[in-house]
Design a protein around this ligand. Structure first.
Ligand SMILES: *Cc1c(COP(=O)(O)O)cnc(C)c1O
Length: 460
């Protein structure tokens, strides 16, 4: 049977980029090629593509088929290789998100999904994906508290917390606290802690959206306990301390500590941001939940996907009656997390050190040695690359101003695009006209994949 010309238009493929057909010298040669391009129905019946359709869904496979057919019409794919081309274009998963290698040197990169999950957390997510006992006690057959094992793990890591609750993210934790403890009342906050967390989202706006009013005290650089004391009255819901997690104020500065504020007789809520549960030896200025609670905070809020190294979620840790009140508020239902988040959080808390912890603790000598070994191997393939010293940062997730010595591959700037758009996308950082691939956030087991991506980029 002669394949018919298919009038389908290309598009919807993974890259979405299909070049127009080059001009032909002969109409009939063009028509001949087009007649030999297999039809969509025939391609979808091809065993490999039929199997892929069962695994990924027909729309994903159809998109790859159309892109391959367009390639054939444009003369880039021989008509008898369209099926092979479509197979090569198939994504690994049905989801649109693609795994990338984070070579930016920013450990918690918001655009790259912040903390990467540990192997233990990924496994827990896979296990929880089907039906689970998230709200059922299998021993008694009776309904049980949702996520109880994750909450227990959280409390074990923060002994001073009488109770814990988990919501969708750090912003949700603040919204819940403000709604329950301060709607129609005042939140007393320092002018030095009116923070924009990113992408135009500002904490003061978030807090006011709950119906609470802000009572600003002090100045940008200096706020004392007396400033707070003067503002506190019958209308006070709570005093809020916000960790400036993405900027630093230095010089003539002063802040009141949580102990002083707790002595003022109103609830103190501390938004620590980063999710450190206990002090971190390498980040002495980064606040942690246990220390804040011990100092007298009634409630601590934090993100799960920053320095804690877990899934996106918001943690609420504090006095038992306060946390219970928050967890029972109707809004808590709208902010609740799914079983996959609970599974990942618990495995993050109880499992081996997270990738984020490993990246933070990585020895600069080892990072530089990795850079030298990779650079030598790539130079042997003719790549214009050097191993250089580099300075990594924690990123939007905390520890502003802290730089972490690191090792990097330095490549010509033109590599940046080729690496980012390659088969295994690699995101580096541009610095002084070079494309740097910083190894601090790259797990050592990814070195070979990174080298392969650089070789592929060199050939493009
Ligand atoms: C990151 C951050 C937030 C927002 O947390 P999300 O998890 O991104 O919603 C709030 N406060 C502080 C201090 C932060 O650092």
């Amino acid at each position: 049977m002669e394949p018919r010309i298919t009038p389908e238009r290309a598009g919807g493929g993974r890259s979405g980029a299909v070049e127009p057909a080059p001009a032909r010298t002969s109409e009939s040669a063009d028509g001949d090629v087009r007649r030999r391009i297999p039809r969509t129905d025939a391609l979808l019946g091809e065993p490999r593509l039929a199997e892929a359709a069962r695994r990924l869904g027909t729309p994903v496979v159809k998109a790859a088929v159309r892109e391959a057919q367009a390639g054939a019409r444009a003369g880039r794919v021989p008509p008898d290789a369209v099926a092979d081309a479509a197979v090569a274009l198939l994504p690994d998963t049905a989801g649109g998100l693609r795994a990338v290698i984070n070579a930016t040197g920013v450990l918690l990169h918001t655009n790259l999904g912040r903390a990467p999950l540990s192997a233990a957390a990924r496994q827990a997510v896979a296990e929880a994906a089907g039906p689970t006992d998230v709200e059922l006690d299998l021993d008694t057959g009776v309904r049980a508290r949702r996520g109880r094992t994750a909450l227990r793990a959280l409390r074990e890591r923060v002994p001073s917390a009488g109770a814990a609750h988990v919501v969708n993210n750090g912003a949700a934790a603040l919204v819940l606290a403000a709604t329950v403890l301060a709607a129609g009342r005042e939140i007393v906050i320092s002018r030095g802690e009116m923070v924009e967390i990113g992408d135009g989202f500002r904490l003061p706006d978030l807090l006011v959206s709950t119906g609470a009013r802000l009572r600003e005290v002090g100045t940008t650089n200096r706020t004392t306990a007396a400033d707070y004391a003067a503002a506190i009255g019958p209308g006070t819901g709570f005093v809020l301390k916000v960790h400036p997690s993405n900027f630093r104020i230095t010089g003539f500065t002063r802040t009141a500590d949580v102990g002083e504020l707790a002595a003022l007789g109103v609830p103190v809520v501390v938004d620590i941001g980063s999710g450190l549960l206990a002090p971190h030896p390498l980040l002495p200025e980064e606040p942690d939940a246990e220390t804040q609670l011990r100092a007298g905070a009634r409630l601590v809020t934090a993100s799960g996907d920053k320095l804690l190294g877990g899934p996106q979620c918001g943690l609420l840790l504090g006095e038992e009656d306060v946390v219970r009140t928050l967890a029972r508020h109707p809004l808590a239902r709208a902010l609740r997390v799914d079983k996959l988040t609970l599974a990942a959080l618990e495995a993050t808390l109880t499992g081996p050190p997270t990738p984020t912890a490993a990246a933070l603790a990585a020895d600069p000598t080892v990072l530089r040695a990795r850079a030298h070994r990779l650079a030598a191997a790539l130079r042997a393939h003719g790549v214009d690359v050097q191993a250089v010293e580099s300075a990594a940062t924690v990123g939007g997730g905390g520890a502003p101003g802290v730089t972490l010595p690191s090792g990097a591959l330095s490549l010509p700037e033109s590599y940046a695009v080729a690496l980012r758009t390659g088969h295994v996308p690699v995101v580096g950082r541009l610095e002084a006209g070079r494309c740097l691939l910083d190894l601090r956030a790259v797990p050592p087991e990814d070195d070979e994949r990174l080298a392969e991506a650089v070789r592929a980029a060199a050939g493009r």
